[in-house]
Design a protein around this ligand. Sequence first.
Ligand code: UD1
Ligand code: UDP
Length: 376
Amino acid sequence: MERKKKVLLIFGTRPEAIKMAPLVKVLQADERFNAQVAVTAQHREMLDQVLDCFEITPDFDLNVMQPGQTLAEITSRALNGLQQIIAGQKPDLVLVHGDTTTTFAGALAAFYEQAPVGHVEAGLRTGDKYAPYPEEINRRLTGQLTDFHFAPTETARQNLLREGVAEDKIFVTGNTVIDALLQTVSKGCDLEQYLGAEVCHSINWEKKLVLLTCHRRENWGQPMHEIFSAIFQLARKLESAIEVIYPMHKNPLVREAARELMGAAPNIHLIEPLDYRPFAQLMSLSHLVVTDSGGMQEEAPALGKPVLVLRDVTERPEAVEAGTARLIGTKFQSVYDGIRFLLTNGEVYRQMAHAANPYGDGRAAQYIRDILVERL
Ligand code: UD1
Ligand code: UDP
């Protein structure tokens, strides 16, 4: 019998974990592979929530997270730790995901050990070095180190071709986030169990739910100040019509700003990060999503929820083209007007609230496995 192919999957933050989970499951269930998981734990609590939800036990855990960590600190701790793991394990392939600092450090560590690299969610680009920061550069640098580019869409494939990546190294597979989302939503969940009775009863579920997330590094400071101020003013203005729910990112900088600027509105609920299962449930109950997250620009359209994106540029133009997402920037007035317009204009809302899924059919992980079977 042929030797099993040894694949090391590396991730470290919440979104990478959600998007790698389907692939971990598919590879671990397949006897042609020996699939191991190494986490940097660039995120700790938010990563552990996903590991629990998908029942993944890492083979290696570098536990690098520190409060207020700098980019250089994460990079150097992750790079050192991952190189040692790769040197010890000698995998046939290292798989990294997306555009975080863990992604880049994982690909670089693999290169130093001359292990082939597969990049899942390859080819996303804004063309702007600082937006998002540092993700645009992380994914470009990772692309330079990659042998197998798993592009979620044709647009991503075209981006890679334009940069000179050989055609036979690029595979359009869809995004594994759709696998994760569809598997999770189909399980359903009891929201009250996760939100707690107090929070659950403080929300008027008859009103329109606006689900908010916001954490990006380039939005820290003034942009986040303007975003939160605009949402506070709007929540006061439309108090009888909307409830805003914001599961706050664990970053203390983000939480302080949110509490200071939005804490006083009775219809804004600042809650802890939710496990993926209740979060997906909340997304499917919401009227609209307001976010600077990458992953939610992919998930919300699949659930037929309009997304207003708190950014000036996006590397996910497909949802905008499909008519379910709009960029509203980060300035007070554009955020205020952008959300208000959608909440008060029924026809525009109806046009945006259709299910569109440019990001795959929910079987991306299986396609990636099949490509690996053929090419490794
Ligand atoms: C990171 C990624 C970003 C991704 C985001 C998803 C980088 C540079 N950034 O940004 O691409 O979109 O994750 O959320 O790779 N913290 C905790 N507990 C946690 C997680 C974070 O306390 O479980 C706090 C810590 O103080 C940490 C800080 O948040 O220092 C920032 O975490 P970090 O991973 O550096 O940046 P993110 O903004 O989360
Ligand atoms: N998410 C979650 N719980 C929350 C908020 C978000 O499970 O409380 C999920 C969300 O559905 C998406 C991912 O986390 O799949 C997005 O992660 P994040 O916002 O941390 O990162 P980004 O998408 O911006 O990289």
